[in-house]
Design a protein around this ligand. Structure first.
Ligand code: BTN
Length: 271
C-alpha cells in the first residue's frame, strides 16, 4: 500500500485545523474507491457529524449524473464531509450551494484567483472547471439521516493530467494561478470555510447563502441548454429559487424550476 504524501499527512492537518466540528474526526488514506461511498457508509454506521475523509487517490471517484471524477495521486484534493443537518429532505439541496460558497472562498484564500460557480455543483476558473461537488443524502422516514458533501479540487494538475475528454474544459489552481499550491493549505482553507458556511446554514442563513451564490454564479443571466430526460430545451437562467433550484425562462416566457437536470451555458451569451 502506498504511503500518504507529506502535504496531506493527517497529523500535519490536525495540528493546524482551527475548526470545531468539520474535521473533528479526520481519516486520511492513500487510496480508496470513493470517499463519498465510504462517508455514506460511515453515516449509516453512526459516525459523527463533521467526519472528513480525505484520499490521495480514488480508484472509483464519482461525479454527478453517474460521471467519473479522475482522481490521480499527488495532484488533487478528494474529500467527503459527513453532515447531519436538522432539516427536512426538501431543504437539503441548498447544501450544494453552501458547499459551493465554501469552495469559492477557500480557493480565493489559497490561490488569489477569482472562481465562479456554475449551477449546481461546478466551480470554474476562467470558464474552466476547477472543482466539483457531489452531495448525497440518506433519509430516515421524513427526515434527513445524513448528507455527504464530496468535493474534488484540481490543485496541481497539468493539462496532460486530465483525461482527454475533459482536457479542453478542465483547469487546476496551479494552471490558473501559475504556481504550485500546497494541498494541505487548500484542505485547511476548505474545512474552515465549510464550518463557517454550514453554521450559517444552521442559523437560518439560507438567504445569505443564496445571495453569495448569486454573486458567484456564472450561470445567471446566460442562455443555457437544459438537458431534461428525453429532451433538451433552451432558455435564459434568471435567478436561484429559495431552495437553490435554478429558474430558467423558456422560449414561451414561462419561468421553469430546474432541480436536477444537466445545465450547460451557451458560450458568448450574457445579458
Ligand atoms: C461533479 O463535478 O460531478 C462532482 C465531482 C465530485 C468529486 C468528489 S472527489 C471526492 C468525493 N468522492 C467522490 O467519489 N466524488 C467526490
Amino acid at each position: 500500500m502506498a504511503s500518504i504524501p507529506e502535504d496531506i499527512l493527517p497529523e500535519r492537518i490536525r495540528a493546524r485545523l482551527t475548526t470545531r466540528m468539520i474535521g473533528c474526526a479526520l481519516t486520511v488514506v492513500s487510496e480508496i474507491g470513493s470517499t463519498n461511498e465510504a462517508a455514506m457508509a460511515a453515516g449509516h454506521a453512526g459516525a459523527p457529524e463533521g467526519l472528513c475523509l480525505l484520499a490521495d487517490r480514488q480508484t472509483s471517484g464519482r461525479g454527478r449524473l453517474n460521471r467519473t471524477w479522475s482522481s490521480l495521486p499527488g495532484l488533487g484534493v478528494y474529500t467527503s464531509i459527513l453532515l447531519r443537518p436538522a432539516v427536512p429532505p426538501d431543504r437539503a439541496p441548498i447544501l450544494t450551494l453552501m458547499a459551493g460558497c465554501a469552495v469559492v472562498e477557500a480557493i480565493r484564500t489559497v490561490a488569489a484567483v477569482q472562481p465562479q460557480l456554475k449551477w449546481p455543483n461546478d466551480v470554474l476558473l476562467e470558464g474552466k472547471k476547477v472543482a466539483g461537488i457531489l452531495t448525497e443524502m440518506a433519509t430516515l422516514g421524513s427526515r434527513v439521516s445524513h448528507v455527504v458533501v464530496g468535493i474534488g479540487i484540481n490543485v496541481n494538475h497539468r493539462a496532460t493530467d486530465f483525461p482527454p475528454e475533459v482536457r479542453a474544459t478542465a483547469t487546476s489552481l496551479a494552471l490558473a494561478g501559475g504556481r504550485p499550491v500546497d494541498r494541505g493549505e487548500v484542505i485547511l482553507a476548505l474545512y474552515g470555510a465549510l464550518e463557517r458556511w454550514y453554521r450559517l446554514h444552521g442559523s437560518d442563513g439560507a438567504a445569505m447563502i443564496l445571495e453569495s451564490a448569486r454573486r458567484a454564479m456564472a450561470t445567471l443571466g446566460r442562455d443555457v441548454v437544459v438537458q431534461s430526460p428525453g429532451a433538451a430545451w433552451q432558455g435564459k437562467a434568471v435567478d436561484l429559487d429559495q431552495d437553490g433550484a435554478l429558474l430558467v425562462r423558456d422560449a414561451t416566457g414561462t419561468v421553469q424550476r430546474v432541480i436536477a437536470d444537466d445545465v450547460s451555458i451557451r458560450e458568448g451569451t450574457r445579458s
